[in-house]
Design a protein around this ligand. Structure first.
Ligand code: ZN
Ligand code: ZN
Length: 381
């Protein structure tokens, strides 16, 4: 199966639906999706009867290797890629050209208009992103590869933790393990939050030491072009002495009780996932668990402390379509890959988030990530 050709054929059909006779793709990640090209600074032009990649001499050889079935227009160094793309559109006789309305800059669009006065440009939003939301088999495999690398890295990370490690040390170590396990790099700067700092959903790393708290929240992923995105929250074997714990965690809620609520919320969301379901209904299924949860010794409305959306699509970018949140209009389809990441963030105590990557299947969903989700100590991983 030539997936790349299939994607470009679908795009050509979408052009017709939108009433344009050409489409200029200028966003690197979308160019990669349609052509297989892994470099940058290049455009893809879908014009009648031609599929053209517009690039420069640095990438001539790479384009021959990665996308030999495309026509390549290699611009001279005296021209910009935008000027070369304008030439391609003019030569093709395109009259109406779709551009990526949510991505192209105003300056780029004005420059294109000036270069091709006879062309009408039509800003179209999320056309390629919409295609990307539903993964083909090759993409699911590549996301699974990125998950395996992240999971291997996490096991190495956990095995080598020391009580005196700071959050910054742990971020550095985890990024190193992601590369050692086979990743190009991390999908995003990892979040490693000790104790109370877990109450910040996107805590930047500090000099706080692992031993300063009784729990550790880690949100990380591996980038193998396709990305993974996982979170685990663990009880630390080092931070259980009250004298140290009290430095950071002023509230003594029981970890296991709260963890169970988050896990129940995740399981409720997973049970709600199937094609045809609105993404916001999956978000609501998790929120319902928090709304009805009673935890001994915790006099809070827990639903108020799940402060972000349930998840997001995952693929070439770490956040992509569909949105899985209360205000989402997206409807789930088989082949979508999404994160399911409920969390609780309690100031003065810390946070718990469990994030897994999930494939929507024809009759439900399949967890792609395999790290244990049950509450466990660091030593048990
Ligand atoms: Zn994450
Ligand atoms: Zn995420």
């Amino acid at each position: 199966m030539n997936y790349l050709l299939q994607r470009r054929t679908t795009l050509a059909q979408l052009q017709k639906t939108h009433g344009v006779d050409a489409f200029l793709v200028t966003t690197p990640v979308n160019v990669s999706y349609l052509t297989g090209f892994t470099g940058e600074d290049s455009y893809y032009a879908s014009v009648p009867k031609h599929e053209i990649i517009v690039s420069d001499t640095r990438f001539e050889g790479q384009i021959a290797e990665e996308c030999g079935d495309l026509e390549a227009v290699i611009r001279p160094h005296t021209k910009t890629t935008l000027e070369a793309a304008a030439d391609v559109l003019t030569k093709a006789g395109a009259r109406t050209v779709g551009v990526e309305g949510n991505r192209i800059t105003l300056g780029e669009l004005e420059a294109l208009k000036a270069l091709t006065p006879k062309v009408t440009f039509v800003p179209l939003e999320g056309v390629v992103e919409g295609q990307r939301a539903v993964k083909d088999a090759s993409e699911v495999k590549r996301i699974e590869d990125a998950i395996r690398v992240a999971e291997r890295a996490f096991r190495m990370f956990v095995a080598t933790l020391r009580e005196a490690d700071t959050e910054k040390d742990m971020v550095d170590a985890l990024e190193g393990y992601v590369r050692r396990a086979g990743g190009r790099c991390s999908s995003f700067p990892p979040i490693v939050a000790v104790g109370e700092r877990g109450a910040l959903p996107h805590a930047p790393p500090t000099a706080k030491q692992l031993g300063d708290g009784s729990k550790l929240l880690v949100d990380w992923g591996a980038d193998l072009m396709y990305k993974s995105d996982l979170t685990r929250t663990l009880k630390s074997p080092f931070g259980t002495a009250p004298s140290r714990r009290n430095k950071m965690e002023r509230v003594g809620y029981r970890f296991d009780d709260l963890y169970k609520v988050v896990l129940d919320a995740q399981n409720a969301a997973l049970a709600a996932i199937r094609p045809g379901v609105k993404a916001r209904e999956v978000d609501a299924a998790a929120r319902k668990v928090f709304a009805s949860a009673q935890v001994k010794g915790v006099d809070l409305k827990l639903a108020d402390y799940f402060t972000h959306g349930l998840g997001h699509g995952l693929g070439l970018e770490v956040h992509e379509a569909p949105k899985v949140r209360a205000n989402s209009e997206d409807v789930l389809e088989a082949g979508m890959v999404i994160t399911v990441e409920p969390g609780l963030y309690l100031p003065g105590w810390g946070g718990i988030r469990i994030e897994d990557d999930v494939l929507v299947t024809h009759d439900g969903c399949r967890l792609l990530s395999t790290l244990p989700r049950e509450p466990s100590t660091l030593a048990m991983i």
